[in-house]
Design a protein around this ligand. Structure first.
Ligand code: SAT
Ligand code: MN
Length: 596
């Protein structure tokens, strides 16, 4: 085994802790070579060539899609595996009832056994990266050691990777330690383990996005949520967008939806023709790190540098900006390939050409009933590719958040939009939110599960404490400066299963109401569950909207009986948390009273 570049003289880092750790992991995994990634263009070209030669990437048609490649995953490894994801705190109670827990001492020992010699014959890449704008006090450094070229090339898009990260780290030992080893992709030897007390992640046996790109869910959410708890800030599964009104005033809104519920679409949506004077700019599409700023308001940064978006359903109609941004310099994972080396997926709004290869590279037939692209197929794209990209994504101060939106997929009960009475009620709304499951995680699709703040799979500590932390943030902020909290549901259906709301660009009408409410204007009616726009047209601007008055009334209807029927579910859900803050019990009682 060689261990080049880990001694002080030849190593690119002045952090002794980093050099020592790289040396230690190399001594365990025994790679043939160690490569420190610098993040340069030359490195990208070299590694891309290698990946193509090794069959890890397939070069797509470079005239149609310059800089674009396709990766096909092992069919057993195409989504996050929540049942194999663990939080390994010394005390089980600190992981809480919503996380899988395993003992850190035993888990380290088991993983060390699996890692021993696991990189023999392979190269170990050292991937230093910054989460958050360079030089921002809100940013954090991570280093991922991986034996996967696919991971390196994706990390290069998803994070600010390379020398910039080593510069930001300097001599410090304060960085997230991530070890990723592909092993043989045997689900029997697949584990994604978090050790928040050591700021460490070990992920083995999977090459899939959220399991293997350790910057994303593992660091920026599970570990960062714990850092946030201890340091007084929030790491959230939220997009951040800037909404510019016709007067040129910009309001920043963040929004939490479970995976594959349209965060990427909302973050970059194009308002419809009647709303063309409103503009939306994307700060982030998946993760927000938020803290109370010097002015007492809540400020947010997007820690990421790219998007890992769901391909199926993305079309010129649903997300024109996404269609434009994936035109170049994008890695596609598990989409279908056309005979001329282009990509295709269900819902692209162009018919599938003859001679299509499905996501596994097999010839695909139109009426075969099987999907050509995997339902969780993805694109990895640099955020600057997005025509709606907001340069404030690079602002070290972050952006001031005026509204936080929670949302999920609910066929019934939950109205199109709802405003909370106050911060505590908003936290209660987030804590009890539910959504029907999607293909982003393995398991059944379409089952209603409670997914508090869309963080169920991502909160790295006890969720009871997490709710208390949200309440504390509310106390820390200047009362008048706290964001307003809303709840939306784009997915309500009628009895025949037809969507009542057209969604996509039309969602900007709901955002416009949110904007007005934040500005202290905009009509709202009180209901037992919170404030909703009045149905008489004073609330949501329906000019030019193709939704009948009856459907609009249904979308904004609060069915007291349906809400009452949910109360036992709320109670059972909250009862899991031994250390639930009393304020949330009080909120539930108050809701019950208001419902009569
Ligand atoms: O695969 S990821 O976890 O990164 C995407 C998602 O599920 O939200
Ligand atoms: Mn996500």
């Amino acid at each position: 085994m060689t261990t080049p570049n880990t001694d002080a003289k030849s190593s690119p880092t002045s952090s002794r802790a980093l050099r020592d750790w790289v040396k230690e992991v190399a001594a365990l995994t025994k790679p043939d070579a160690i490569v420190w990634c610098d993040g340069s263009e030359g490195e990208k070209n070299r590694l891309t060539k290698q990946a193509v030669a090794a069959g890890i990437l397939i070069e797509l048609n470079q005239e149609k899609r310059p800089g674009c490649y396709l990766h096909r995953s092992n069919p057993n490894d195409v989504a996050r595996t929540e049942q194999l994801t663990f939080v390994c705190t010394p005390k089980k109670i600190d992981a809480g009832p919503t996380n899988n827990w395993s003992d850190p001492v035993e888990t380290y020992a088991k993983l060390r056994g699996w890692l021993d010699g696991s990189m023999r014959g392979r190269t170990m890449y050292v991937v230093p990266y910054v989460m958050g704008p360079l030089g921002s006090p809100l940013s954090k450094v991570g280093v991922e050691l991986t034996d996967s070229l696919y991971v390196v090339l994706n990390m290069r898009i998803m994070t600010r990777m390379g020398m910039a990260a080593l510069e930001q780290l300097g001599e410090s030992n304060d960085f997230n330690r991530g070890i990723h080893c592909t092993l043989d992709l045997n689900p029997e030897r697949r584990l994604i383990c978090h050790f928040p007390q050591d700021n460490t992640i070990i992920s083995v046996g999977s090459g899939y996005g959220g399991n293997a790109l350790l910057s994303k869910k593992c660091f920026a959410l599970r570990i960062a949520s714990v850092l946030g708890r201890d340091e007084g800030w929030l790491a959230e599964h939220q997009l951040i967008l800037g909404l510019q009104s016709p007067d040129g005033e910009t309001t920043y809104i963040s929004a939490a939806f479970p995976s594959a519920c349209g965060k990427t679409n909302l973050a970059m949506l194009t308002p419809p023709a009647e709303f063309k004077d409103w503009k939306i700019f994307t700060v982030g599409d998946d993760i927000a790190w938020m803290r109370v700023g010097p002015d007492g308001g809540l400020w947010a940064v997007n820690p990421e540098n790219g998007y890992f978006g769901v391909a199926p359903g993305t079309s010129a109609k649903s997300n024109l900006n996404a269609m434009k941004m994936v035109q170049h310099d994008t890695i596609f994972t598990n989409v279908a390939m056309t005979p001329d080396g282009d990509v295709w997926w269900e819902g692209m709004d162009v018919p599938p050409p003859d001679g299509l290869l499905d996501w596994q590279g097999r010839p695909w037939k139109k009426d075969s009933g099987v999907k050509a692209a995997h339902p969780n197929s993805r694109f990895t794209t640099p955020m600057r590719n997005n025509p709606a990209w907001s340069p404030s994504a690079d602002d070290p101060r972050g952006v001031p958040i005026s509204a936080i939106i929670f949302g999920g997929r609910r066929a019934s009960t939950v109205p199109l939009v709802l405003e909370s009475i106050d911060w505590t009620h908003g936290v209660f709304m987030g804590a009890t939110m539910g959504s029907e499951t999607t293909a982003a995680a393995s398991g059944a699709v379409g089952v209603l599960r409670r997914d508090p703040m869309a963080m169920l799979p991502f909160c790295g500590y006890n969720m009871g404490d997490y709710f208390a932390h949200w309440l504390e943030i509310g106390n820390k902020a200047e009362p008048g400066k706290l964001p307003k909290i809303f709840y939306v549901n784009w997915f309500r259906k009628d009895e025949g299963g037809r969507f009542l709301w057209p969604g996509f660009g039309e969602n900007s009408r709901v955002l416009a109401w949110v904007f007005e409410r934040c500005a202290g204007r905009g009509a709202a009616s009180e209901t037992p569950i919170g404030l909703i726009p009045p149905v008489d047209g004073e609330g949501i601007d329906t000019d030019g909207l193709d939704v009948s008055a009856e459907d609009m009334a249904e979308l904004l209807n609060v069915d007291v009986a349906e809400w009452k029927a949910q109360l036992p579910q709320f109670r059972a859900h909250l009862a899991q948390f031994e250390n639930l803050p009393p304020e949330l019990h009080e909120q539930l009682d108050a809701l019950e009273n208001r419902l009569g």
